[in-house]
Design a protein around this ligand. Structure first.
Ligand SMILES: Cc1ncc(C[n+]2csc(CCOP(=O)(O)OP(=O)(O)O)c2C)c(N)n1
Length: 213
């Protein structure tokens, strides 16, 4: 149990990831560990800036709520991936399966910096990115199991999560394929005159792909 601004959170570490967030939190009331994005201007993302230090370096401090929010996202992803690995070992999940363990902080930090209008295109190692973006763990796990209730009706599997609603444009199995897709989305936003972003993520393996260069 931890107290934050009069709200009580319950974090249960040994039960497979039961997290009961307080009312008002973006995860509140989501029994299936569903996540919904909060806007940049929400109190959770408020940055508390300290004055510049004597050495001229600007110190930035985040609120306790922000740290808890990051922790919760990372914890949620880690628990999901531990379950995924277990099911993969039991051959309940077939085909390719690339987990996001060790990269949770990237998804958590990125999500809090983006608005829900911003888009993401990424590679096949994407379960954590999708979860942080707002896809429910239920629909993601169903997708891994090839079920019709999965985020792409069980037809994509581990590498091809997608959600137009959450502006999550894959989940791409071809190394570097997400780069022209993300660039196209960004240009579309530019032509429409919005200030929306498209974050395009890729590993070092894609850094020398023709589409990148
Ligand atoms: C065009 C293409 N070439 C080769 C492959 C085979 N392949 C699958 S994963 C991978 C390595 C990619 O590394 P990186 O982009 O750094 O991602 P990581 O798995 O390390 O997260 C390769 C070469 C592929 N999927 N697509």
């Amino acid at each position: 149990m931890t107290e934050l601004q009069g709200m009580t959170w319950r974090l249960t570490f040994d039960s497979g990831g039961e997290i009961i967030p307080p009312a008002g939190n973006r995860f509140a009331g989501k029994a299936d560990m569903n996540v919904s994005l909060h806007h940049k201007s929400s109190a959770m993302t408020q940055v508390l800036s300290k004055p510049t230090s004597s050495k001229g370096k600007k110190n930035t401090e985040y609120s306790k709520a922000m740290y808890l929010d990051w922790f919760e996202t990372m914890f949620r992803i880690r628990k999901f991936e531990e379950r995924t690995l277990m099911a993969y070992g039991q051959q309940k999940i077939r085909g390719f399966c690339h987990v996001y363990i060790g990269q949770e902080a990237i998804a958590a930090g990125m999500t809090s910096a983006l608005r829900k209008e911003d888009a993401i295109a990424t590679a096949y190692r994407q379960h954590g990115t999708a979860i942080s973006r707002g896809l429910s763990t239920k629909e993601c796990m169903a997708e891994l199991f090839g079920k019709a209730t999965g985020c792409v009706k069980g037809k994509g599997g581990s590498m091809h999560f997608f959600s137009r609603e959450h502006k999550f444009f894959g989940g791409n199995g071809i190394v570097g394929a997400q780069i022209p897709i993300g660039t196209g989305i960004a240009f579309a936003e530019k032509y429409k005159g919005t200030d929306n972003l498209c974050v395009t993520m890729f590993g070092d393996g894609a850094a020398r792909q023709g589409s990148t260069l």
